[in-house]
Design a protein around this ligand. Structure first.
Ligand SMILES: [Zn+2]
Length: 144
């Protein structure tokens, strides 16, 4: 039992001023708080950082273009509002984008995370146990 993993990221004097862990230490928080405070500040900084820019492949860009064109027309323009993004995150399954060997791409929110279709990246069929309640039915059940 050591402090090593925490001490690796601690101010250097913390290592020398902290007693060896043991049952005789009645208030570990007194020694750990300065370190945990620093770790929490680091976590907050990481979480507050803007997301790193991700580039998408030309093939995936083409697939998104096709998704827009087949949904809204060949010259479509469609703006997605933040609340629509939130709604999509909270209804149905997580978005999965599966690029198949033949060049086709599947965009799906239909399957649960451990469905064979998802775990095999589209190589296996769905086991038909993927069910997400229709948002309209959920609202009706709650009397809206
Ligand atoms: Zn499924």
């Amino acid at each position: 039992m050591t402090w090593t993993s925490l001490a690796a990221d601690a101010p250097s004097d913390w290592w020398h001023n902290t007693p060896t862990p043991g049952p005789d230490i009645d208030d570990p928080a007194r020694f750990l708080s300065p370190v945990t405070e620093r770790l929490l500040q680091r976590v907050a900084t990481i979480l507050a950082a803007p997301p790193t820019t991700r580039t998408i492949s030309p093939h995936l860009h083409g697939a998104i273009s096709a998704l827009l064109a087949t949904s809204y027309g060949y010259d479509a323009e469609h703006r997605i509002d933040p609340d629509e993004i939130t709604w999509a995150y909270t209804h149905g399954g997580a978005l999965h984008i599966i690029e198949h060997p033949d060049g086709s791409v599947t965009f799906t929110k239909h399957h649960r995370e451990d469905c064979p279709f998802i775990t095999s990246r589209g190589a296996q069929e769905c086991d038909e146990d993927c069910y997400f309640p229709d948002p309209a039915d959920v609202e009706r059940a709650h009397g809206k």
